[in-house]
Design a protein around this ligand. Structure first.
Ligand SMILES: C[S@@+](CC[C@H](N)C(=O)[O-])C[C@H]1O[C@@H](n2cnc3c(N)ncnc32)[C@H](O)[C@@H]1O
Length: 216
């Protein structure tokens, strides 16, 4: 998987990722982690850091937020938004399919799970990073169904084009492949966690799933 795509898109992506209408969904994703004061939370594929304000607020001044991403351009944008007050925030360059962290209290991946060639393996690696009792949350675009499916379909395909490299695939087959990868990630999360929750937003275009790593 190339990170050039994301480096090229980083300036535009930073603007899109911070659009106000996305804020409530990002807040819901952070809420799904059930964070407490002093917790350490890691975000896989943190991009330009658009979730970081939500995460910082929830872990408080004694907590820690770690953002991991492969693309230097994305990380450079994220660092520009740094705020020195409040909890410690660190950005690391690394591959989210082999995360260099252990025993964190919670893990978030937004608009990321559909990118990996083997999403189930990525989710396994993410669950392995989280201490027993901690939560993992995945927020992703998904193909809408129901009465709004027709009108919203181009929106879903546009999101997929912007969020994942597709090479020469048609919008249709790129969206199909993306949808299958997101489903594989969600299925593995369901196998690896307990106390699962699911929410749907944006007329069915976005799904948030989360679960807790068992203490057993
Ligand atoms: C669609 S963006 C999502 C960014 C952010 N999570 C958000 O909600 O705005 C996908 C991000 O995943 C990163 N990424 C892609 N493959 C990765 C990998 N193997 N390891 C770490 N980050 C990766 C990209 O660089 C990009 O920043």
């Amino acid at each position: 998987m190339t990170d050039d795509f994301y480096d090229r898109w980083a300036p535009l992506y930073d603007r899109v990722a911070r659009l106000p209408f996305l804020r409530s969904w990002r807040a819901s994703a952070a809420d799904a982690l059930a964070l407490g004061a002093g917790d350490t939370v890691v975000e896989m594929g943190c991009g330009t850091g658009a979730n970081v304000p939500e995460l910082r607020e929830r872990v408080g001044s004694g907590g820690r937020v770690v953002g991991l991403d492969l693309a230097p351009g994305m990380l450079a944008r994220a660092r520009r938004h740094a705020d020195r007050r409040g909890p410690e925030v660190s950005y690391l360059r690394g591959d989210a399919s082999r995360p260099p962290v252990r025993d964190v209290d919670a893990l978030l991946a937004t608009f990321v799970a559909g990118i990996f060639p083997d999403p189930a393996a990525a989710v396994d690696a993410w669950c392995d990073c989280v201490a027993p009792g901690g939560r993992v949350a995945l927020l992703n675009f998904q193909r809408p169904d129901g009465p709004l499916a027709g009108p919203l379909r181009p929106l879903f395909e546009g999101f997929v084009r912007l969020s994942a490299p597709g090479g020469r695939l048609s919008a249709d087959s790129q969206a199909d492949a993306f949808q299958r990868r997101v489903a594989a990630a969600r299925n593995r999360l369901a196998e690896r966690t307990i106390d699962q929750r699911a929410e749907i937003f944006g007329g069915g275009c976005l799904g948030l799933v989360s679960g807790r790593i068992s203490r057993a």
